[in-house]
Design a binder for this molecule. Structure first.
Ligand SMILES: *Cc1c(COP(=O)(O)O)cnc(C)c1O
Length: 486
């Protein structure tokens, strides 16, 4: 039988490693090329589940080539490809190659970022990136932060720090967040024992940005009822509309009430790298904490994200000393002191390689390209009589719907949903759905700098064409077998 080192990443297996990972890269590239122009197949959950269930995990295949062939059947043949222009539903981005190069080292070396004695220089790579990002925010050397799994975790940690500073009983603590803010704020409040009702939604204005007058009213209402406004959460790039709350005004109000000011820049944070639109984040430096998702507008693979704080000392609210890992008298710098996680992947290396190969300007240019794309496409949509645009795009999302003739609200909602389902099921496009003030809309989330206006308009044309066909099929007198499935 094999040597004790069988399958280990180990000098004895350098040849195996090179050959098998090489074969994996070839296999991936084969799929990449063969699926060009096809973002998805529309595989049904039942089919996907059946293919996976057919695999007997107690019978290993022994050979990587065989496992790769099987992997195609259970997943890759029907994977969703985010580099395709018609994959336009979610904030999951196409990724840049330097970050994929980094992945080789992240998993091969398998450093864990919790302690210096498991990471060595990796700890300082992460810290250097935290310092660099903090400087882009406009903060001085007192700032700090840590890489996280995503905006959800960053928002949770930010509110944990805010609660640590507030120091009042949990049942009196309140969080004020824009009505269009991300649901992870409510989830965080629940996890922190405040309950989701502790989050007070603040009205947005006509451009869907937090209304400072409404915030002032909400804050004074809180205090009037004897509650403690623990934190104000502004969003820099709401998930649906890309709206950036008026950060300077919100910051001033938060400060005057002694509330922690958190900016959820999970989506809009990429503007820190933009040469043309950095000014849209004006006031972000007034935050106590900022959440950034590098795995959205910085074109990094999932996951790569960070929480940054203006005053590094505030991270002490998550510090816990374990005798076996990071004792109080440790001579080493241990990132676990700042993190909700213990064992932690070296995700920061992806951003590092990206900045070292491409530089921040190139990332910012990619983001600017998708914002330009959204503006161009939205202008076309605004001129279409059978399309309703919910609002002008502010970052790279377009919220719209197809408007059939003479249809009531229910019919419009039903037809748009049926169109979206057909586009997915037929493997033509991935379009998102959302609700705006209770009404159903479709949403394009554009994060593909290689997509052209023609690519995106082709998806919109497919929506209109499919809508007309489904509406005609559902009309009284249409043959029954063509009727839209309800
Ligand atoms: C995506 C998003 C989140 C959640 O981030 P994850 O990385 O998915 O956990 C939070 N806030 C906003 C505004 C987002 O767009």
């Amino acid at each position: 039988m094999g040597a004790p080192s069988q399958h280990l990443f180990h000098p004895a297996n350098a040849g195996d490693y090179r050959r098998e990972v090489g074969a994996a890269v070839d296999h991936l590239v084969d799929h990449l090329v063969a699926t060009a122009g096809r973002p998805l197949t529309g595989v049904t959950p039942a089919d996907a589940a059946r293919r996976v269930a057919a695999v007997d995990l107690d019978r290993p295949l022994g050979r990587t080539d065989d496992a790769l062939a099987e992997l195609s059947r259970v997943w890759l043949d029907d994977a969703i490809w985010f580099h395709e222009p018609a994959a336009a539903a979610h904030l999951n981005c196409p990724v840049v190659i330097p970050a994929l190069v980094a992945e080789v080292f992240v998993s091969g070396v398998n450093a864990s970022l919790d302690t210096f004695d498991q990471s060595a220089g990796a700890t300082f790579v992460e810290r250097h990136l935290v310092d660099w990002t903090s400087a882009r925010i406009g903060w001085g050397p007192g700032a700090d932060g840590v890489f996280t799994t995503g905006g959800t975790q960053s928002n949770l940690q930010a509110l944990l720090l805010a609660r640590g500073r507030a120091g009042a009983p949990a049942d009196r603590l309140r969080v004020l967040a824009g009505a269009d803010g991300h649901f992870s704020v409510q989830k965080a409040a629940r996890l922190l024992g405040l309950g989701e009702d502790a989050v007070i939604p603040v009205a947005v204005d006509a451009s869907r940005r937090m209304d400072p007058a409404a915030l002032a009213q909400a804050l004074s209402g809180c205090v009037g009822r004897g509650e403690v406004p623990m934190a104000v959460v502004a969003t820099a790039g709401t998930t649906d509309f890309g709206a950036i709350d008026p950060l300077p005004e919100v910051a001033a109000l938060a400060r005057s009430y002694g509330a922690w000011f958190h900016v959820d820049a999970a989506y809009g944070g990429g503007l820190l790298a933009s040469r043309r639109r950095r000014h849209r984040l004006e006031g972000i430096d007034l935050a106590d904490s900022v959440a950034l998702d590098f795995h959205k507008t910085w074109f990094q693979p999932v996951s790569c994200s960070a929480l940054l704080v203006r005053d590094g000392a505030s991270l002490g609210h998550v510090t816990w000393h374990a005798d076996y890992l990071n004792p109080q008298d440790s001579a080493h710098p241990n990132q676990v002191d700042k993190s909700l996680q213990t064992t932690r992947r070296f995700e920061a290396l992806k951003l590092w390689m990206t900045l070292r190969v491409m530089g921040a300007d190139a990332i910012g240019d990619h983001l600017d390209a998708v914002i330009d794309l959204a503006d161009t496409v939205a202008a076309e949509l605004a001129a279409m009589p059978d399309v309703e645009l919910a609002a002008a795009p502010q970052l790279s999302t377009i919220v719209f719907r197809w408007l059939p003739d003479d249809a009531d609200e229910d019919e419009v909602a039903r037809l748009n949903e049926a169109v979206r389902a057909e586009l997915f099921d037929a493997g033509r496009a991935l379009v998102a759905a959302t609700r705006v003030d209770g009404r159903r809309f479709l949403k394009l989330t554009l994060l593909n700098p290689a997509a052209t206006p023609a690519d995106v308009l082709a998806v919109v044309d497919d929506v209109r064409r499919t809508g007309r066909r489904l509406a005609a099929a559902a009309a009284p007198g249409a043959p029954r077998d063509l009727a839209v499935a309800r």
